[in-house]
Design a protein around this ligand. Sequence first.
Ligand code: SAM
Ligand code: SF4
Length: 466
Amino acid sequence: MIKSNRAEYVIELQDLVNLFDCDLELDIEHIESNDQNKYVNDFVVFYKGFDRKFQFSYYLDTSLSLLRQKSYKKRMVKNHLYKILSSLLNKKLPWGSLTGVRPTKFARDLIVYGEAKEYLISEVLQKDYFVDKSKAELVNSILKNQKCIIRNDNLVDLYINIPICPTRCNYCSFISSELANIKDKVNLYVECLLKELSAVKEIIKNKAYIVRNIYIGGGTPTVLNDKQLERLLSAINFPVDEFTVEAGRADTITESKLEIMKNNKVTRISINPQTFCEATLKRIGRRQKNSQVLEAYSMALVKGFVVNMDIIAGLPGEKLGIFKRTINTILDLYPNNVTVHTLSVKNGAQLKDDREKLNDRDVPLMVSYAQETLQKHGYKPYYLYRQKNQLCGLENVGYFRDDDLCIFNIDSMEETNSIIGIGAGAISKRVFNIENRIEREANVKFIEDYIKRIDEMIEKKKNFYN
Ligand SMILES: C[S@@+](CC[C@H](N)C(=O)[O-])C[C@H]1O[C@@H](n2cnc3c(N)ncnc32)[C@H](O)[C@@H]1O
Ligand code: SF4
């Protein structure tokens, strides 16, 4: 437990402690005081029956904007706590003192605000934030591969959420209903999506926004039947170069759904194995056969889709050898994009109860094997994010080959573009680039509430864009 006289630091300091180990019996008291721009920080750490006292001080650079000063003070305290815990527990973390979801955005901000030179960003992350060399270099490569970012407040991406799945996988904590439990409401859900879409079209027209990318995610959007899918896709109708449907589960992908997507200008789909080990698939309750993935993939190639495949490192029961086989199968298939996740043991997932069955030892090796092997075969990393409770404090990385990256993924992780979210659980973000400000508005999370409160959702959205 952390106590601090600066309430605004507590969550991130606690996140840092949890990254060392959630179960540590560690109590920390922190007090910050200042005399003009000299800041003094005192820590008392209670661990294994002993109190240890630490103090450090620094001078605040008052030429920074007030917002950056606030962020700088927090970074200094986190850095120091990292040094204390790292030496006390004799442990280093791959991301050093960084706790947030978006390390690449963190690095970009250091550059944009003149706190680090672009060509030195990897060194700054290593030296000032204790980031592992391989992770710092990964950030550097990703920043270089994100040159497609355009900061323009008139550009928006459209996101539509389908939080429904054929069955639930037991590692997953995304909010998503099993089809069997909601079957009688799916038609109504699609009608409500169309109603919200029509209001969004009005907003887009009034604001003279230009839609850059479209992403239909979930859940599993291809759980919709042919009629529902056609009804939704045909209503969207924006001329974009990148239109993704996160199909995901191979057991929902059929020739006719691919045809419907193709006819409605979808350009990119996901077909996610997660692993090619069928024993693991059984263990994680993912109702999917390798043969279904291969069949869906060959149908998608014939239709000319850009294909992404998601995999997860650290699935229960998997050791390095099994994971390597999955990566090697991926390389044989050679999809345009590969997204390598590290298992996150989230509170909502059934897997949480099996925490002790997970073997973390091989996970860093899996993640570095994926990175090295994919890069050796022409893939480049282009977006990265971290989640809470990921094994060994690791991350998720999206890779692409040739020029086929997903700009929506970059926009949503780097928060450089506005996103209009439609559907249950969708979040809309307005990015004001000049003022360096982001506003967010969330729809209700559950389909039943969304259907009941659709008019209220639309009203809220109209006000949000007023
Ligand atoms: C929102 S899910 C939707 C994808 C689709 N429903 C599927 O399962 O193929 C996106 C991706 O998140 C990843 N994911 C889900 N739960 C995860 C977890 N607990 N830890 C790490 N990655 C996870 C999986 O790789 C999944 O493909
Ligand atoms: S991993 Fe995908 S299919 Fe499985 S429950 Fe989560 S969202 Fe649904």
